[in-house]
Design a protein around this ligand. Structure first.
Ligand code: NAP
Length: 488
């Protein structure tokens, strides 16, 4: 290596001041057409990020007071003349009214930030339409996935991706740099044909939540019907007692924990199935079936819905003593005991059962809250891989075990009481235990050293049937590992 090479820094440092092709943020002027909500928030964020901002309005005098004093508010044509990069913060319907500016816009970069009200609303995307109106400009699609509120809340409120596409690489790079200086993460979505997809993104309603929500609703419906039969229909048919009043609170409150508990176990079940598949095929390189893949990807949403149901269960339970029905029942019991001259009503076993039941329930809810909080991107980003995996995997599994204790202390010995089998249907809690106990049992089996070691080796890349060289201490001969699998 020559002396000259040694003098160079090891890591190439791209100085914004040194590179004439890159204008430092503070000296670059950005134009904004429009003075609405988005334009205002954008201007504030641009000013805070060190840019000079010039706003183009049809009525600058009236609108100037709405913008920070550092931003210049002028007529549209005046604003456009002062900058090369212009954000078009105007609705698509009004693009044609900007055609008078065509001459002053020649050669400039137009950033289309617009959204539609319906998916695939128009034949061509808004950005392509803008490009067709101004063929002498370079159009870049971007910033539409960011709301006016996000722009105002600043970079401290979690990082946000800005999807960008254009047919011009240079223009795309310029807009990406502006996004970066503003504290966003630019994502290159390719050429202008992606604009339609980018414009559809803000219109999708919870795409990752559909399956988990249907799953939660399905479970809720099943358990609700089961509890309704046991708590309302059975007493009506057998004893002609009207227990319909139980539907709004009691039946719902016995259904919610069932859904929460089963959903929590469904967060950990796909991991168990994936481990079984890896152990069976002796490799981690075999693709999981699509349904398992989908399931693994939806674990966060399933977990959050489990937390939601558990939180509702806690609130319903706190409100149980407030009900009129509860007060009447309490007074009725007291009167009965007085008539029967019963003095000691303390049942030691019941007291202990309730104390333990409530205590483990609170701990389980606390752990679920922790899991829910750490699944938020802004919190998850602040954790390293080990911390995240400890909370989501280890503490999550502990939450499942504690929830099982909560369920068992609730049920106590009722599973062995004949009177609890209404229409021969077992108590609901015994049904809910099925999947969680399977998951816990599988996890215990996987933690046995012989299985754990094998799983660890597989996850580090070891494969069954792969030729492995090893040398016996007593001989120098080489053997193959002997394990083969036709599946791998
Ligand atoms: P807005 O509050 O209604 O503002 C639109 C602005 O367009 C007006 O203030 C007006 O400013 C200007 N304009 C220019 N020519 C016009 C004409 N012929 N008729 C009416 N107005 C005209 O809307 P916005 O919420 O800021 O949204 C602006 C764009 O940003 C839209 O394309 C929207 O899809 C997009 N966007 C908005 C958000 C958001 O959170 N609001 C998020 C993402 C994307 P002057 O009167 O000063 O000319």
């Amino acid at each position: 290596m020559s002396r000259g090479d040694m003098a160079k820094p090891l890591l190439g440092h791209r100085s914004m001041e040194g590179d004439p092709s890159i204008t430092p943020a503070a000296s670059r002027t950005i134009g904004v057409l429009g003075s609405g909500d988005f334009a205002r928030s954008l201007a504030i964020r641009l000013v805070c990020s060190g840019f000079k901002v010039v706003v183009g309005s049809r009525n600058p005098k009236r609108k100037a007071g709405l913008f920070p004093s550092a931003a210049e508010v002028t007529f549209q044509a005046e604003a456009v003349k002062k900058t090369d990069v212009i954000f078009v913060a105007v609705f698509r319907e009004h693009y044609s009214t900007l055609c008078d500016l065509a001459d002053v816009l020649v050669g400039k970069i137009l950033v289309d930030v617009s959204n539609n009200t319906k998916i695939n609303h128009h034949k061509e995307s808004n950005a392509e339409y803008l490009a067709s109106l101004f063929p002498a400009c370079t159009v870049v699609k971007g910033f539409n996935v960011v709301s006016a509120w996000t722009l105002q809340s600043g970079a401290r409120d979690g990082n946000k991706q800005v999807l960008i596409c254009s047919n011009n690489q240079e223009a795309k790079r310029t807009v990406a740099e502006i996004a970066q200086v503003m504290g966003f993460t630019p994502v290159d979505m390719g050429c202008m044909s992606s604009a339609r997809e980018i414009e559809n993104i803000p219109l999708h309603l919870l795409p990752a939540w559909k399956i988990p929500i249907f799953l939660a609703l399905g479970l809720f419906l099943c358990f609700f019907t089961y509890n309704l039969i046991r708590q309302v229909i059975h007493p009506y048919i057998r004893e002609q007692k009207n227990k319909l009043y139980k539907i709004p609170i009691e039946v719902v409150n016995t259904t919610l924990p069932c859904v929460a508990y089963v959903m929590l176990s469904l967060v950990y079940l796909p991991g168990v199935l994936a481990a079984c598949s890896q152990l069976y095929y002796g490799t981690k390189y075999r693709r999981f079936p699509d349904w398992l893949d989908q399931w693994l990807q939806h674990r966060k949403q399933i977990g959050l819905l489990s937390f939601f149901c558990a939180a509702l269960h806690a609130m319903y339970s706190l409100c149980l003593p407030m009900r009129r029905s509860h007060r009447y029942q309490l007074i009725e019991t007291a009167v009965k005991q007085a008539v029967e001259k019963k003095m000691n009503i303390w049942v030691e076993e019941e007291v202990w059962r309730m104390e333990i039941y409530i205590s483990v329930g609170i701990i389980a809810l606390g752990l679920l809250s922790l899991l829910a909080i750490t699944s938020l991107p802004s919190i998850a980003n602040s954790l390293n891989w080990r911390e995240f995996s400890f909370i989501q995997s280890t503490l999550g599994f502990i939450a499942l075990v504690i929830s099982t204790l909560h369920t068992l202390t609730y049920g106590w010995s009722r599973a062995f009481d004949e009177n609890q089998y209404k229409f021969y249907l077992p108590p609901t809690y015994t049904l809910t235990l099925l999947v969680p106990c399977t998951v816990i049992l599988a996890k215990v089996i996987f933690s046995l050293p012989c299985i754990q070691q094998r799983l660890l080796r597989i996850r580090r890349g070891w494969e069954k049937g792969r030729y492995v060289k090893f040398v016996l201490p007593s001989a120098t001969a080489e053997y193959s590992s002997g394990e083969t699998s036709s599946n791998v």
